[in-house]
Design a protein around this ligand. Structure first.
Ligand SMILES: Cc1cc2nc3c(=O)[nH]c(=O)nc-3n(C[C@H](O)[C@H](O)[C@H](O)COP(=O)(O)OP(=O)(O)OC[C@H]3O[C@@H](n4cnc5c(N)ncnc54)[C@H](O)[C@@H]3O)c2cc1C
Length: 274
C-alpha cells in the first residue's frame, strides 16, 4: 500500500515549522527520520495533508554542552550518539543504549526526538531518558516549555505536544563521576523492540536514585522507593508489586529479571562510562 498524497516542505527554521503547524490546524505532521512515521503512512494508519521535514533543521541538529547538562537536538540520530559524534553527557551510557536500538540502517536515520514523540512503549530512549531524569524542550509559536521526559510521554504512542508545537531536543543532566547506571532490555533477537526493560540510576553525590521499567504497553513506570531497590532492602519483585498492584504479577517475571540485571550492571560499574 502507498500513502495518500501529501504536500512536502522543508522549513528553514523552527518558527516556520510551528507557523505551518498552526495554520494546518492538525492536518500536517512533522517528519524526522521517517522510520516510524513512514510505515504508518504506507499502511494508511496515519493520513496527513502535509509533511514538514525537520531532519536537516539546524536548530534540532545541534548539541550544546552546558555546565550541568547537555542539550541534544531532537534531530540527532541514534547512530550519531552511538558513534560519539555528539557529546554523551553520561560518558558512554547513552552511546551503549543507542548502539542497541534496532539495526544500523534504522539507527542511521531514526532520531532521538522522533523516538520520544512516537512514544512506542517498548522504545529505548523513553526508558533511558526517564531513568536519567532528562527534560524535553518544546517550542510553540509564542513560548517554550521544558518538562520532565516522564511527563512528556503521556501514554502509549501519545505525547504532550500541542498541535502547533515541536520537540526541539532533550536536556540530559550530567551524572556525577561516581554515579552508577544499569540498563537491561530483553529482546527476542538483536534489533527488535524490548519485551521487558529496566534502568537503575544511582547518583549519591546528587542524591538521585531512579528505577524505571519499560515495555509495559504504557509509558515507562518509575518505581516507588528506588533507594531501597538499589541498596537491596526491597527486592525487584516486591518493588513491582508495590508500584503496580493491579497488574497480574505472573506477567512481570521478565521485568523482575530485567531489574536484577540492571542492578548487577550498575553495582559492577564504578563510574560513568565504565
Ligand atoms: C525495523 C525497526 C526496528 C526498530 N527497533 C527499535 C528498537 O529496538 N528500539 C527503539 O527504541 N526504536 C526502534 N525503532 C524505532 C526507531 O528508533 C525510530 O527511529 C524512532 O521511533 C522514530 O524516529 P524517527 O526520527 O524515524 O521519527 P519519524 O518516523 O520521522 O517520526 C515519528 C513520530 O514523531 C514525530 N516527530 C518526529 N520528530 C519530531 C519533532 N522534533 N517534534 C515533534 N514531532 C516529531 C512525527 O510527527 C511522528 O509522529 C525501530 C524501527 C524500525 C523501523
Amino acid at each position: 500500500m502507498k500513502p495518500v498524497s501529501f504536500d512536502y516542505s522543508v522549513p528553514e527554521n523552527s518558527l516556520a515549522v510551528v507557523e505551518h503547524l498552526k495554520n494546518a490546524q492538525g492536518t500536517a505532521k512533522i517528519v524526522a527520520g521517517n522510520q516510524s512515521l513512514g510505515p504508518m503512512l504506507n499502511l494508511r494508519l496515519v493520513r496527513t495533508n502535509a509533511l514538514i521535514d525537520v531532519g536537516l533543521l539546524a536548530e534540532v541538529r545541534k548539541c550544546v554542552v552546558n555546565q550541568d547538562n547537555v542539550f541534544i537536538g531532537a534531530g540527532i540520530t541514534h547512530a550519531e550518539i552511538e558513534d560519539g559524534d555528539v557529546q554523551d553527557p553520561t560518558n558512554g551510557w547513552m552511546r551503549e543504549a543507542a548502539g542497541n536500538i534496532a539495526y544500523r540502517a534504522v539507527r542511521s536515520r531514526g532520531t532521538i526526538g522522533g523516538s520520544l514523540c512516537h512514544a512506542d512503549p517498548a522504545a529505548d530512549w523513553l526508558i533511558v531518558l526517564t531513568g536519567l531524569k532528562a527534560f524535553a524542550i518544546v517550542q510553540g509559536l509564542s513560548s517554550n516549555r521544558k518538562l520532565p521526559v516522564e511527563n512528556f510521554i503521556t501514554g502509549p504512542f501519545t505525547n504532550d505536544l500541542k498541535e502547533d508545537e515541536i520537540l526541539m531536543g532533550v536536556e540530559v543532566p550530567k551524572p556525577s563521576a561516581t554515579a552508577k547506571w544499569g540498563y537491561w532490555k530483553f529482546m527476542r533477537q538483536v534489533g527488535e523492540f524490548a519485551k521487558a526493560s529496566a534502568v537503575i540510576y544511582h547518583d549519591e553525590h546528587k542524591q538521585i536514585t531512579r528505577c524505571a521499567i519499560g515495555a509495559l504497553g504504557r509509558q515507562p513506570l518509575l518505581l516507588h522507593n528506588p533507594e531501597k531497590i538499589f541498596d537491596g532492602t526491597l527486592t525487584p519483585a516486591n518493588a513491582i508489586k508495590e508500584s503496580l498492584p493491579d497488574r497480574d504479577f505472573a506477567e512481570m517475571t521478565m521485568h523482575v529479571t530485567a531489574i536484577e540485571r540492571a542492578l548487577s550492571i550498575a553495582r559492577n560499574r564504578s563510574e560513568p562510562g565504565k
